[in-house]
Design a protein around this ligand. Structure first.
Ligand SMILES: *[C@@H]1O[C@H](CO)[C@@H](O)[C@H](O)[C@H]1NC(C)=O
Ligand SMILES: *[C@@H]1O[C@H](CO)[C@@H](O)[C@H](O)[C@H]1NC(C)=O
Ligand SMILES: *[C@@H]1O[C@H](CO)[C@@H](O)[C@H](O)[C@H]1NC(C)=O
Ligand SMILES: *[C@@H]1O[C@H](CO)[C@@H](O)[C@H](O)[C@H]1NC(C)=O
Ligand SMILES: *[C@@H]1O[C@H](CO)[C@@H](O)[C@H](O)[C@H]1NC(C)=O
Length: 461
């Protein structure tokens, strides 16, 4: 009787523990707390570890069986844009029947200046332990920029589509909260450092949960995820020279934040300007001061309300807005020394180094978030400095469609890198008409994911 009572009690304690562990968003979850001695940790050193439920609702809601055997999370030390030690989290996913010698760092485009929209949480949010809490929290669904032609409900899960494809190939996958605990969306240095340090912690700690001690590893990201991956590639020689990525695949790159701001203002992606500036301001105190001095006070609350949403919520609030009307001097405000200096230092790619890992860059010439000319110029600059880049300029489509049509070629390219196929020693730019969906794509993606891809691209094929 007593034993039964005891086991009921421990059952409830366990239940509470499981519930607490899986429900709290990062802002309320002590697991994410940055230790006060953070600067005693080496860059990429583990601070904390936990194993979480492999019931990842956002992945499992794809109409495909996704192979997830175990999920691990690490809090690790990285370095922010000011050079200070900070903590960040990374999630490691192990598929069934895995090949522990293959590892991909997939950076999700969570595009939000709110830490509760970080992938370490949103991948898990919606799991059955969360219950009704998910509806009360504005958590990110990590929706790609959904265009009218891509309406299939499952395509609002693009990130999980790409993670699913990698897992179903037996690759281990890690996905980093690269914006850090402050959610410094669009801050290049913070994002790049966090990706590099998350790679370090996974390589160091992964073997104790079954990853090979010497895996081949690559990075992949689209849009905001490409921002983090490209900054990582660019900063690698100076910050993490011991790392040896087999390849870095990036699509829908945003090489120049100033140019993105101008391009998206008043359009359907205008919200990214609000959360992008807010994210950079959290990285640079002088930008916070500038923001508070330059925002029109009667519009400040509205500004922060849009700027602090998860991606989907921010998008619905900010769509079509003229961002500049929130500032005392309108667009001219942005010519001030503070925003100019910050955008140059932490928002312009190509100034901090040259990637040594081979790269696959894919971009639609019709990209309406970041003009293709910016990516042309970046690739040219990297190549002139000795980078090895295969660059696909897709003459069909825009930022949304390329996210999907480019994924098959990106996956094929990464697969070749993880199998050790050699790359060409120079750069190669091609204009393509939609990324070709070859026989190899079917083999790589599996029938189910291939069908999703075809459905999503619909009439374009
Ligand atoms: C940081 O402080 C904690 C708690 O005192 C301690 O356990 C840990 O070893 C310290 N870490 C480092 C790297 O010094
Ligand atoms: C997933 O696997 C289960 C069990 O093998 C099967 O019944 C189900 O049809 C599969 N679902 C899909 C979408 O393939
Ligand atoms: C979520 O967003 C809606 C508006 O889109 C807002 O009314 C609500 O208060 C927000 N919830 C939380 C928990 O922030
Ligand atoms: C970035 O974009 C801004 C705005 O279009 C432009 O003035 C600036 O010259 C660009 N910077 C680089 C390095 O191309
Ligand atoms: C703002 O702060 C950053 C980081 O410290 C610095 O690089 C930049 O020069 C500052 N801008 C101005 C105008 O002082």
């Amino acid at each position: 009787m007593a034993a039964a009572a005891l086991s009921i009690v421990s059952f409830f304690i366990l239940l509470i523990a499981v519930f607490a562990a899986s429900t709290s968003p990062p802002s309320q979850d002590p697991w994410y707390e940055q230790p006060s001695n953070i600067s005693d940790y080496a860059a990429g050193e583990m601070i904390r570890f936990r194993s979480v439920s492999p019931q990842l609702e956002s992945i499992l809601s794809l109409p495909v069986n996704v192979s997830v055997k175990a999920v691990y999370q690490y809090l690790f030390r990285t370095t922010d844009g000011l050079g200070d030690a900070v903590a960040s989290a990374v999630t490691l996913l192990e598929p069934y029947h895995s090949d522990p010698s293959k590892l991909v760092g997939y950076q999700a485009f969570y595009d939000s200046a709110n830490v509760d929209c970080s992938p370490s949480y949103t991948l898990r949010a919606g799991n059955e332990n969360l219950g009704s809490m998910s509806s009360g929290l504005n958590v990110s669904e990590d929706i790609p920029f959904v265009s009218p032609r891509i309406t299939s409900h499952f395509m609002d899960k693009l990130t999980t589509f790409q993670i699913a494809a990698a897992l179903n190939l037996g690759w281990w996958v890690f996905t980093t909260d690269y914006e850090g605990l402050e959610a410094e969306f669009s801050a290049g240095l913070q994002s790049g450092h966090a990706v590099l340090d998350s790679t370090r912690v996974i390589l160091d700690e992964g073997p104790s949960v079954g990853l090979s001690g010497n895996p081949r590893y690559a990075l992949w990201g689209y849009s905001g995820g490409a921002l983090a991956s490209t900054w990582a590639a660019e900063l690698q020689t100076s910050y993490a020279p011991e790392l040896n990525y087999a390849g870095v695949a990036v699509g829908g790159t945003t090489p120049n934040i100033s140019s993105v701001l101008q391009t998206i203002n008043t359009g359907s992606h205008a919200a990214l300007a609000f959360s992008g500036i807010y994210g950079q301001s959290k990285a640079f105190p002088n930008l916070t001061d500038w923001l508070n001095a330059n925002l029109i006070s009667s519009k400040s609350a509205q500004f922060y309300s849009i700027a602090s949403g998860c991606f989907s919520q921010a998008t619905s609030m900010g769509s079509g807005q003229d961002f500049y009307t929130y500032f005392k001097n309108g667009e001219l405000s942005f010519y001030d020394a503070v925003p100019q200096s910050v955008f140059q230092w932490s928002g312009q790619m190509g100034l901090h180094g040259t990637p040594i890992a081979p790269m696959f860059v894919y971009k639609a010439t019709g990209d309406e978030i970041s003009p293709v000319e910016d990516t042309d110029a970046l690739v040219k600059k990297y190549c002139a400095a000795g980078a090895r880049i295969e660059y696909h300029r897709d003459l069909v489509g825009n930022h949304e469609t390329e996210a999907i049509s480019g994924s098959a070629s990106a996956l094929e390219w990464i697969s070749d890198r993880l199998s050790g196929k050699p790359v060409s020693d120079d750069c190669n730019t091609q204009n393509v008409l939609l990324s070709s969906l070859s026989v190899e794509s079917v083999a790589l993606l599996g029938e189910e994911l291939f069908t999703i891809l075809q459905t999503a691209l619909g009439g374009m094929l």
